[in-house]
Design a protein around this ligand. Structure first.
Ligand code: PMP
Length: 396
């Protein structure tokens, strides 16, 4: 007994205050079952294109096995800078405004640790990616949730951000296209957020890792808005659009003072991102755009199929603008999202993620990733339809 207490107290208070991700429990349950169709995973179903893999293999064959510069290979930073310019019309100096990280995950962590003093508040627009709030807490900050709703297509209302600002607010975290809702933020709303940022002199974390997976609307990079580059940490990476989750490679763009602070932490904690992965990423940046287009088109087709079929089976679902997630409503069932997901898994062997794990505004929804084959999607939706019928809980 005493030993257990000791084991607890030898951990830092910060770590003890953090809950493990709610997604994990579900996947532990699903992994013990047969014949499960998973709409749960947040990663592409494509293998990284061959030319990218080949470039990485070739770097190993050529013996490129040493550390790179702390900030990443200069050629890769130049390629990232060109990419940001071509795709989003924003200029970043490869020498002091671009940092190659171990996934976007590290970029978020570095950003938080670079700017947060104890007690600083970071407004997080939710429902959203599960890592932000814990990373704010681990950096000594206080996450402040601002919710969004299906009624406004999960687009944040700038007045809700304004209302959450206190004299402790240091930054705002936004993510668009969003995980888990698929929603993007229109230029008009982004401009309103920019005005708030200017008025209160805040920093914006803009997680744009799904930028390429924007279907109908062009993606507007937050730092491309007038005067916003100075205030913004743009987070991006290779995991999603380039189908490179396992490579663990991301990048962050920020004005020199912020980037320098992030580089300081990165150089002591990581040294540099893996060299062979950086050579693959260089090829992806230089010659990967056609593959991105093909993959994006394929997700778009699957999104269309998902949304259409969900409506037919009585699963109310707004049309996501991007990423590869749908976020249907299950509020009419009277069950919590966790109850719904658990019953669906046990009775019909379809794994989805309860919306509640994504924070404020997530309850009453489930996240379904459509980054799986059309055959799987068809079968999963058939099973969900049967489940809704059996419980007499079809919505409209
Ligand atoms: N941001 C968002 C919004 C994500 O969905 C994810 C991955 N699920 C990440 C960041 C982390 O990506 P990476 O693999 O580059 O660490």
């Amino acid at each position: 007994m005493e030993q257990t207490a000791n084991k607890q107290t030898r951990l830092s208070q910060r770590v003890r205050s953090i809950q493990p991700s709610g997604i994990r429990r579900f996947f532990d349950l699903a992994s013990k079952m047969d014949n499960v169709i998973s709409l749960g995973v947040g990663e592409p179903d494509f293998v990284t294109p061959w030319n990218v893999r080949e470039a990485s293999i070739s770097s190993l064959e050529r013996g490129m096995t040493a550390y790179t510069a702390n900030a990443g290979l200069l050629e890769l930073r130049v390629a990232i800078s060109d990419y940001m310019n071509n795709r989003f019309q924003v200029d970043y100096n490869p020498d002091n405004e671009v940092l190659v990280t171990v996934g976007a995950s590290e970029a978020i962590d570095l950003g938080m640790r670079s700017i947060i003093n104890p007690g600083d508040e970071v407004i997080i627009v939710e429902p959203t990616f599960v890592s932000y709030a814990p990373l704010v807490s681990m950096a000594g900050g206080v996450p402040v949730a601002v919710g969004t709703t299906a009624a406004s297509h999960f687009e944040v209302l700038p007045e809700d951000i304004e209302a959450a600002i206190t004299d402790k607010t240091k930054a705002i975290m936004i993510c668009y296209p969003n995980n888990p809702t698929g929603a993007t933020i229109s230029r008009a709303k982004l401009e309103q957020i920019a005005t708030i940022v200017k008025t209160h002199d805040l920093i914006v974390f803009s997680d744009e890792i799904y930028a390429e997976l924007s279907y109908e609307k062009d993606h507007v990079c937050f730092s491309s808005l007038p005067a916003m580059k100075e205030q913004t940490i743009v987070i991006n990476g290779f995991s999603k659009a380039f189908a490179m989750t396992g490579w663990r490679l991301g990048f962050v763009l920020a004005p020199p003072d912020l980037l320098d602070a992030m580089l300081k932490i990165h150089q002591y904690s990581l040294m540099c991102a893996p060299t062979m992965a950086q050579y693959g990423a260089l090829e992806a940046m230089r010659n990967g755009m056609e593959d991105i287009e093909k993959m994006t088109l394929s997700y778009q087709q699957r999104r269309n199929f998902f949304v259409k079929t969900a409506k037919e089976i009585g699963l109310p679902c707004h049309k996501p603008d991007g990423a590869f997630y749908a976020f249907p409503s299950i509020a009419h069932t009277g069950w919590t999202s966790e109850e719904f997901a658990e019953k669906l898994l046990i009775e019909e062997r379809v794994a989805v993620v309860p919306g509640s794990v994504f924070g404020k505004g997530g309850e009453g929804h489930i996240r379904c990733s459509y980054a799986t084959s059309l055959v799987n999607l068809e079968e999963a939706l058939k099973r969900i339809g049967r489940f809704l019928e059996a419980h007499d809980i079809r919505g409209n």
